[in-house]
Design a binder for this molecule. Structure first.
Ligand code: NAG
Ligand code: NAG
Length: 398
C-alpha cells in the first residue's frame, strides 16, 4: 500500500508530539512524594525541581504537585534552568515539619533563589508555626529560635505567583529581596491575630513588584516595604487583622537605600493597628521615602489610619534625642475614608532635621468611632497642601 509509509510517519510524529507534551510535566509522585503526609517528601520535591529546571522541552516544563498533603522540609528552588519559563502547579498542600526546630534556625522554609522566569499557581503552604508562637509566648523571643519565613524570593526576575494560600508561618509569610519584576496575584495569607512577627508580604531591595487582589490576615504587617524598594504597586488588597501597610522601618542603618515610586490603591484596612504608615528610626541615615501615592483606601475601625512616625526607637537604645535623617517627600493621600478607632486619625510626626515635604491630601474623610466625637490630626515638622474636603483638618504648613 503506497499510503502506508506516510501513515507511519504521521503516527510517529503524533507520538513524538505527545511524548514532548507529556514529558514536560514532572509530577512529584513519580519521584516518590507521599500525598498522605506520612513520609518526608523533601527529596522527591528537590528531584522533581531539578528535572523540571534541567528540562530541554520546547514547552515550558511544569513541576506538578497533585492533590494531597505533602510533608516537606527546607526546599530550595534554585535557578539556572534551561528554559526561560518554568512552571510550578500545585493542587495539594505542602506542610512544614511539625517540629518547629527543623526550620526555625534557617532563614526560610521554601526559597526561590536566582530564578529567572517562573510561574507558580495554586496550592497551600502551611508553615505549622503555632508551636513556635507558643514557645515565644511562654519563654519570650530569647528563649526560642527566631523562626523562618515561609517563602523567600531572592535574586530572582520575572516571577509570578498566583492563587497561592499561605498560612501559619513561623515568621513572615513571603519575603522578596534583591529581585525584579515579581507579581503576586490572588494570594490568601492568614495566621492568628496574636501570632508574633507573622508579616504577610515583605519587599526590600527590589523593583517592579506588583501585589494585586490579595488578602492578608495575620499578627503583623500586611505588607511591609523596606529599603531599596522601587516601583511597587499594591492594588486591590484587604488587610486585617494585623498591623496594616507600612513603609519602613527605614533608617535603621546610616547607609541605606531609599524607597521610591510606591503606589497603594484600592485597599481595605479592616480593624488593623495602622492603616497607611511611613515609619523611620529616629537617627541618622541616608534613607528616604519619595513619590508615594496612597489612593482609594477604606478604613474600618483602624487605630492609626494615616501615620508618619519618624521617631521610632524601640527599647530606647541608640536613638533617644536624635532626629531622623530619612527624607520623606512627595507623599499623596487621595480619597481615603472610613473610621478611626483612636481620636488622632491623622498623625504626621516628622523629623525636625528633615521635615516631611510636599505631603498632599485630597479628599480625606475619617471619623472617630461611631462619629459622635470628631477625629483629630497631629502635625510636627510637616509641610504640604490640602485639596477637596479634608476631615479631620489637615494641619500641614505650606
Ligand atoms: C537580601 O539580599 C542581599 C543581596 O543578595 C543579601 O546580601 C541579604 O543578606 C539579603 N537579606 C535578607 C534579609 O534576605
Ligand atoms: C472585617 O473584620 C471583621 C472582624 O474580623 C469581619 O467580621 C468582617 O467580615 C471583615 N470585613 C471584611 C469586608 O472583610
Amino acid at each position: 500500500m503506497p499510503t502506508f509509509p506516510l501513515f507511519n510517519l504521521l503516527l510517529l510524529l503524533l507520538l513524538l508530539v505527545h511524548a514532548a507534551a507529556a514529558s514536560s510535566t514532572y509530577n512529584v509522585l513519580d519521584y516518590g512524594a507521599d500525598p498522605d503526609c506520612q513520609a518526608d517528601s523533601t527529596l522527591a520535591f528537590s528531584l522533581a525541581w531539578e528535572a523540571t529546571c534541567a528540562s530541554r522541552d520546547p514547552h515550558p516544563p511544569t513541576l506538578y504537585v497533585p492533590r494531597g498533603s505533602f510533608s516537606v522540609g527546607r526546599l530550595d528552588f534554585r535557578g539556572g534552568c534551561y528554559s526561560d519559563l518554568v512552571r510550578i502547579r500545585i493542587d495539594g498542600q505542602l506542610v512544614a515539619p511539625s517540629d518547629y526546630n527543623v526550620l526555625a534556625n534557617g532563614r526560610s522554609w521554601i526559597t526561590i533563589d536566582s530564578v529567572e522566569g517562573l510561574h507558580v499557581s495554586g496550592g497551600v503552604l502551611d508553615g505549622m508555626g503555632d508551636g513556635l508562637w507558643d514557645c515565644k509566648a511562654s519563654l519570650g523571643d530569647d528563649g526560642c529560635p527566631k523562626g523562618s519565613t515561609t517563602l523567600e524570593i531572592s535574586r530572582s526576575k520575572n516571577v509570578q505567583i498566583s492563587r497561592l494560600t499561605l498560612r501559619n508561618s513561623q515568621l513572615g509569610h513571603i519575603s522578596i529581596n534583591d529581585s525584579e519584576n515579581i507579581r503576586l496575584d490572588g494570594l490568601r495569607i492568614s495566621a492568628s491575630e496574636t501570632s508574633p512577627n507573622t508579616d504577610g508580604i515583605h519587599v526590600q531591595a527590589s523593583s517592579y513588584v506588583t501585589v494585586i487582589n490579595s488578602r492578608v490576615e495575620t499578627g503583623d504587617d500586611c505588607v511591609s516595604i523596606g529599603p531599596g524598594t522601587r516601583n511597587l504597586l499594591i492594588h486591590g488588597m484587604t488587610c486585617g487583622p494585623g498591623h496594616g501597610i507600612s513603609i519602613g522601618s527605614l533608617g535603621k542603618y546610616l547607609n541605606e537605600e531609599g524607597v521610591s515610586h510606591v503606589t497603594v490603591r484600592n485597599v481595605h484596612l479592616n480593624g488593623t493597628q495602622n492603616g497607611l504608615r511611613i515609619k523611620s528610626w529616629g537617627r541618622q541615615s541616608t534613607g528616604f521615602a519619595e513619590d508615594i501615592l496612597f489612593e482609594d483606601a477604606v478604613m474600618s475601625n483602624v487605630h492609626n489610619p494615616i501615620v508618619i512616625d519618624q521617631n521610632y526607637c524601640p527599647h530606647h537604645r541608640n536613638c533617644p534625642g536624635q532626629d531622623s535623617g530619612v527624607r520623606v517627600r512627595h507623599v499623596t493621600y487621595r480619597d481615603v475614608r472610613g473610621t478611626s478607632a483612636s481620636k488622632v486619625a491623622v498623625k504626621f510626626d516628622c523629623s525636625s532635621e528633615q521635615p516631611c515635604r510636599d505631603i498632599r491630601m485630597e479628599n480625606v474623610r475619617l471619623t472617630y468611632g461611631d462619629g459622635e466625637e470628631a477625629a483629630e490630626s497631629y502635625c510636627a515638622n510637616v509641610g504640604g497642601t490640602a485639596r477637596g474636603s479634608i476631615q479631620p483638618n489637615a494641619c500641614l504648613r505650606r
